[in-house]
Design a protein. Structure first.
Ligand code: SF4
Length: 546
């Protein structure tokens, strides 16, 4: 199918300041439409914590999908919108039949499922629209969609809305809409949380900024979202938090910003507002975020994060090897010794989660041992240990392409031709992950966190928001599931009880639930990696069981 380019329409109405809750397209539709937004099931991966879900008794998905919920909120008010997250429930034939238009979105890893959704919608004769990060980076992955949306929310979105208002006939050729003028982040609507039950998710999420000032070789964020982070207002973030609480409360909210501290001045303005929100609401949630490790050099920000009850920070440490960090242009990790930075974050009550990449050009046969030694010294419990994978639109992709080192042979764990023999790299990865998540080693690191990190958090009050009937019921369900499925039926129950007995005795139930849930996923996932059931790269081409 060939592609034609359409210019998004010019909307001449002057911008109006909408109330936060009803910011939508300024396009006024002439027709009534039914829009089905489908978020595709994602591949299971290390970071989705799926083995923990059965222990919660309620969770079906990792996080509500922000992007498609923002689009759902942006559509004309008069249109009926139905939202299905396939991770929570399947999208039925009736859903497709109900709709005039089917919208989907997702990341590269969801590509296959995104295309399946297109086929299912076409079987029912519906016009389809795909947007989001994957199609924006690689439109060629989606040749059979009727309409593709390249880039972020903006004039292309208005153009597509106008198009489906005019007709819901499937076009003969694919129509491509590309955003030229992005909607400023501070004009974004609140994601359509009223369409989801947030209690069905492991975490809730919010976005304050988009983009990252750094340029790590393997990362597509600077090219997709820019190096000068764009920002929402603090007022907007608080309104989103309020809307989220109305839709449920999984107990933790993750700032999904590419780099939470990409703009420190903005942070210094947001954090007091978050502290105030937590105080006013009785600290209903813990916060988590992704940030560069050099956050450790900003004590004022760290102190405010502590006050706002940030308990987890994901840092892309990638490798403990200094030369390797230089070679992947990640020198921001070198501004202070890595172990010192991790300890500094721990001293503000934040548990560090770390990304680790194996298969870098600087790796040697000793790299696996060096990573394991780093894990032991840093006492970081959870590390996403992945094989290097080249994403399109990254400096890494271009370099490997020029060197003839992109490899698309089916069945491989990565599309990179490593300098070390492929089998050695995969073997080293497998050894690293199974050793790192051997129950005794993992629980030892969690024990360290209980002694050296968690006590540094502020003491939050037993407010009605925290000790509500609903929260107590959720906590008891999780605790009894953990005690039964891990403590009685688990194959590492002895290790579990060495940790659980003192925790129960001292009443440290919150830590016990956290460690029980997260630890169970990590241990089970690593056991599956050892048998080859799980893949070494988040983006692995290997066909998976599911
Ligand atoms: S710091 Fe993180 S978000 Fe920024 S370019 Fe590097 S990997 Fe990407």
């Amino acid at each position: 199918m060939t592609t034609v380019e359409l210019k998004p329409p010019q909307i001449s109405t002057p911008p109006t300041v909408n109330p936060l809750s009803c910011r939508r397209t300024r396009y006024i539709p002439k027709n009534q439409r039914r829009i089905l937004c489908v978020f595709p099931q994602y591949e299971r991966s290390f970071g989705t914590l799926h083995h923990a879900y059965p222990l919660t008794g309620r969770v079906r998905g990792f996080m509500p999908p922000q992007g498609i919920l923002v689009v759902a909120a942006y559509l004309p008010e008069a249109w009926e919108v139905r939202f299905v997250d396939e991770n929570v429930r399947p999208c039925t034939r009736k859903d497709y039949q109900w709709a005039d238009v089917v919208i989907t979105s997702g990341m590269h890893i969801q590509r296959e499922r995104i295309n399946q959704i297109n086929r299912l919608a076409h079987q029912e004769g519906k016009i389809t629209w795909v947007g989001g990060p994957s199609v924006s980076g690689c439109p060629e992955y989606y040749p059979d969609f009727d309409m593709i949306h390249i880039g972020e929310l903006g004039d292309a979105t208005d153009g597509m809305i106008e198009h489906i208002d005019n007709t819901v006939e499937r076009p003969e050729q694919q129509i491509r809409f590309e955003t030229q003028n992005r909607l400023p982040l501070d004009e974004f609507p609140i994601p359509a949380y009223h369409l989801v039950d947030i209690n069905k998710y492991f975490l809730a999420n919010v976005q304050f900024s988009s983009g990252c000032p750094y340029a790590c070789e393997f990362c597509d964020i600077p090219e997709l979202y820019g190096r000068n982070p764009r920002l929402k207002t603090a007022q907007q973030v608080l309104a989103e938090l309020d809307a989220m609480l109305e839709a449920g409360n999984p107990g933790a909210i993750y700032f999904v910003d590419d780099n939470f501290v990409g703009n420190r001045r903005a942070m210094a303005e947001l954090l007091p507002a978050l502290i105030d929100w937590q105080k006013r609401n009785g600290y209903p949630v813990q916060f988590a975020c992704e940030a560069t490790l050099n956050l450790a050099q900003s004590p004022k920000i760290l102190e405010m994060m502590r006050e706002a009850y940030f308990c987890t920070v994901f840092c892309g440490i990638e490798t403990p090897d200094t030369d390797a960090l230089k070679s992947i242009s990640k020198t921001q990790n070198l501004s202070m010794p890595i172990l010192e930075a991790v300890q500094r974050l721990n001293s503000y009550g934040m548990e560090v989660v770390s990304g680790i990449i194996m298969g870098l050009d600087t790796d040697t046969l000793e790299t696996g041992d060096r990573i394991l030694e780093f894990i032991r010294l840093s006492q970081i419990p959870m590390l996403t240990i992945n094989l290097l994978y080249a994403l399109p639109k990254t400096p890494l992709w271009r370099r490997l392409e020029a060197e003839g080192r992109l490899n698309f042979e089916p069945g491989r764990e990565s599309n990179v031709d490593f300098l070390l023999p492929y089998e050695k790299v995969v073997e080293m990865w497998q050894r690293c992950i199974t050793t790192a998540y051997a129950p005794e080693f993992l629980y030892e690191r969690f024990r360290y966190q209980c002694e050296h990190t968690y006590p540094n958090r502020i003491k939050v009050p037993n407010s009605p928001a925290r000790v509500s009937k609903d929260n107590i019921r959720k906590g008891l369900t999780m605790l009894s599931n953990i005690l039964l499925r891990v403590g009685v039926l688990g194959n590492y129950r002895q290790t579990f009880w060495q940790f659980a007995k003192p925790a129960l005795k001292s009443g440290n139930i919150e830590a016990l639930i956290h460690v029980g849930l997260v630890g169970h996923h990590l241990i089970k996932f690593a056991q599956e990696c050892a048998t080859g059931e799980e893949a070494a790269s988040f983006y692995s081409q290997k066909i998976r069981r599911s």
